[in-house]
Design a protein around this ligand. Structure first.
Ligand SMILES: *Cc1c(COP(=O)(O)O)cnc(C)c1O
Length: 375
């Protein structure tokens, strides 16, 4: 057998993630590896924390990146906060909501489902009714930006209802962070997780998370140990916590080079400005929507509930889903996403995430789709 280096093709990534990565972020990962307890590295980690606090719009002391993808961030929130027997209201309007329910059940807690429509935002009135029926619920969990359907829920409204019923809030912001308005402190979000490879346009494999002081208290009052040793925040916090003169202790080896990349991508977001980044996603979405409508391609989600960074559209009648996607990949090096869950085979998901949300990509996508459909 003979082997040679793997040289990946140059693609344009317009699916549900990973998104395109800028040359600066990519080159950051190739910088020299240093020890994860090296004082210089720790300085950088402190900046990652501050930059994440900015991205999340929070002052939460416990704000960090879990050394694993978004799914691990999801699991981190559930296994640390929720104890066996507790009641969690889970709003489900797509694939990632069903995973939240799965997490709740594996913790040994009880999931009460607010059944939303796929392709629509979660209805706040429906959450309110469910909370009235389940006064003993401790948590409300929902997905801010449902990547499987392209729907954006009103996180502010949902959290405000949850708080009126004395619940802690757990929010999936894997696709929303950096792409649409998100304000952790103002909206009273207690636990939130995201992913590095969506609107942050960083390499996959890191999951930014943040816990409010209320959430930290809840974790400290646990009666039982967190069943996952790796994701147990009381252990990891010792590494990330930065009390003046505080000594960082070893828990696991941080993914040093990936964290250089995260630092670089967060720096770009900081320099652009959050509001500007949100606006850029919206502007590019409007351009894409105009181009798609000329091709008679229709959106799944009503206009007011659409995610700018994830455009879920119906595959036109008589068009072969797989053929079009492989034509785009082979002829244009362009990746768009297939439908997921209830939308498998029925939808395409066109991502405009982070560095991918730019004029060149929108133009390429529209002209390549036009060519593919003509062929
Ligand atoms: C991508 C995604 C996840 C999972 O993230 P991974 O990095 O793939 O583990 C979770 N929730 C939502 C909404 C996502 O879009």
């Amino acid at each position: 057998m003979s082997f040679s280096s793997f040289i990946p093709p140059q693609r344009t990534l317009m699916g549900p993630g990973p998104s395109d990565i800028s040359p600066q972020v990519l080159s950051a990962i190739a910088r020299p590896t240093i020890g994860h307890l090296d004082p210089e590295f720790i300085k950088m980690m402190d900046e990652v924390k501050s930059l994440l606090q900015y991205a999340f719009q929070t002052k939460n002391e416990i704000t960090m990146a879990v050394s694993a993808p978004g799914s691990a961030g999801m699991e981190t929130c559930f296994v640390n906060l929720v104890e066996p027997g507790e009641k969690v209201i889970v709003c489900i309007n797509g694939v990632f909501g069903t995973r939240m329910k799965e997490n709740v059940e594996r913790v040994g807690a009880e999931a009460i489902v607010v059944e939303g429509e796929w392709g629509r935002a979660i209805n706040p009135a429906q959450l309110e009714q469910t909370l009235l029926k389940h006064q003993d619920a401790r948590f409300v969990a929902f997905v801010h930006a449902e990547t499987s359907t392209g729907a954006l829920s009103d996180a502010k409204a949902l959290c405000s209802i949850a708080k009126q019923h004395n619940c802690l809030t757990i929010v999936d912001a894997v696709t929303s962070l950096g792409g649409v308005e998100l304000r952790v402190d103002d909206w009273q979000i207690d636990a939130i997780y995201s992913g590095s490879q969506k609107c942050l346009s960083c390499v996959p494999g890191l999951s930014p998370v943040s816990f409010s002081p209320t959430a930290v208290d809840k974790i400290k009052q646990r009666k039982s140990k967190v069943q996952s040793w790796f994701l147990d925040q009381s252990l990891v916090m010792d590494y990330w916590a930065n009390n003046a003169g505080g000594k960082r202790s070893y828990h696991h080896t941080a993914p040093v080079n990936s964290l250089y990349a995260l630092h670089e991508s967060l720096l770009h977001l900081y320099n652009e400005g959050l509001e500007n980044a949100w606006q850029r996603h919206k502007d590019q979405h409007d351009k894409l929507a105009a181009g798609l409508s000329e091709l008679y391609i229709e959106f799944i989600v009503p206009k007011k509930e659409r995610l700018p960074q994830l455009n879920a559209v119906y595959i036109p009648k008589g068009v072969d889903d797989a053929k079009v996607r492989s034509y785009l990949l082979n002829e244009y090096n362009l990746e768009i996403g297939a439908g997921l869950g209830n939308f498998a085979g029925k939808a395409w998901r066109i991502g405009l995430m982070g560095y991918s949300a730019k004029n060149e990509n929108v133009l390429l996508c529209i002209s390549a789709l036009k060519d593919a459909l003509t062929q």
